[in-house]
Design a protein around this ligand. Structure first.
Ligand SMILES: NC(=O)C1=CN([C@@H]2O[C@H](COP(=O)(O)OP(=O)(O)OC[C@H]3O[C@@H](n4cnc5c(N)ncnc54)[C@H](O)[C@@H]3O)[C@@H](O)[C@H]2O)C=CC1
Ligand SMILES: O=C(O)C(=O)Cc1ccc(O)cc1
Length: 311
């Protein structure tokens, strides 16, 4: 699919993309760029990249440049890459918030080089290439943030790449993206952290955590993720996240009121609505991929895939 892929930032996401590229034979060579020498050494050792270079050495002639850096440095890295870019390179990022990034990236590129923002909706609560997984993106949605200037051919190449990772490409505008992830990713992270802090504030914290079963674990897993990454995400998407927090607070107040009023009907109605929506979530997306393959084999793919919203 690609001759040369350069990954700037070979951490959890960059490393997982590198492993997937290598294991699925999607690139003849994958080159890693990262200021963290230990990360680079490990990245080569686990096979996430074949070799490491400086940005200036790696960028010329790349088919694909993936910026998998912390969101605060992504534009700076791209700016440093600009003098070395050659026509034909497609650039994408993996950042959790887009904001002005895509417009600014598009504005700084030379002719023949195209940027399409990307965001895999998959991750882990660990940091660094040590946690990288080749199958991390399997079954996940992978957002491409398109603008009026998005190059159609670059977008098609990235969609094919995403499909080859076993993920589902979804096109969204940048603002649409930031609003959506505020609700389904950033708000849940804030709530998981708040839930843990609420319990940690109790005098019997140790006992409470010992007693905590699956419910507490399931709802708080993501609270163990990298705090500085999440600080950057929450503050970069501040406006949308604060809107989501406001919505959540109103919803919580409504449930609180039903309890104050001993309003059984209203309480059940809220819980019933939540149950129905939660049950409609695909439980195991890998299971859906297996089903998709089966349907394809049966030659019934079109109808069933459309009915199941795989498109
Ligand atoms: N962790 C997760 O679950 C997910 C993270 N993301 C996004 O992926 C991006 C990376 O996150 P992770 O892989 O989790 O972080 P990470 O900390 O595991 O990896 C980031 C890597 O970037 C490197 N780096 C820092 N400055 C650099 C520079 N100037 N040039 C090149 N490399 C540099 C670091 O040394 C590190 O190896 C973030 O923008 C985040 O928003 C997206 C989806 C999921
Ligand atoms: O750990 C998980 O399950 C996640 O969902 C992680 C995650 C973190 C940040 C993103 O922008 C997307 C996904």
């Amino acid at each position: 699919m690609f001759k040369k892929v350069v990954i700037a930032g070979v951490g959890l996401i960059g490393g997982s993309l590198g492993l997937a590229l290598s294991k699925r034979k999607l690139a003849a060579e994958v080159v890693g760029v990262d200021p963290n020498r230990e990360n680079l050494r490990l990245a080569v050792q686990v096979g996430a990249v074949q070799r490491t270079e400086t940005l200036a050495e790696a960028v010329p002639g790349a088919d694909l440049l993936i910026l998998a850096t912390p969101i605060g440095v992504t534009l700076g890295v791209l700016e440093m890459a600009v003098p070395y870019l050659t026509p034909g390179t497609v650039i994408t990022d993996v950042g959790s918030v887009k904001g002005q990034l895509v417009d600014r990236a598009e504005a700084m590129l030379p002719a023949g080089v195209h940027f399409v923002g990307g965001h895999p909706m998959a991750g882990r609560e660990v940091t660094g290439v040590a946690g990288a997984r080749e199958d991390l993106f399997e079954g996940a949605s992978y957002i491409l943030t398109t603008t009026q200037s998005t190059n159609a051919a670059a977008c098609v190449r990235l969609k094919r790449f995403i499909q080859a990772l076993g993920a589902h490409p979804v096109e969204l505008g940048c603002r649409e993206h930031d609003r959506a992830v505020a609700l389904i990713s950033h708000l849940p992270h804030l709530l998981a952290a708040t839930l843990v802090i609420t319990v940690a504030g109790e005098p019997a914290q140790e006992l409470l955590l010992k007693l905590a079963g699956g419910g507490f674990r399931d709802t708080t897993r993501i609270a163990a993720a990298n705090p500085t990454m999440w600080r950057d995400i929450l503050l970069t998407n501040r406006e949308m996240v604060l809107e989501a927090v406001c919505k959540f607070r109103r919803q919580l107040e409504q449930i609180e009121q039903s309890m104050h009023d001993f309003n059984q009907e209203e309480l059940v109605s809220s819980l019933e609505q939540a149950k129905q929506v939660r049950e409609a979530l695909p439980e195991n997306r890998k299971h859906h991929i297996a089903l998709q393959k089966l349907y394809e084999k049966l030659g019934e793919a079109e109808g069933i895939l459309i009915n199941n919203n795989f498109r």
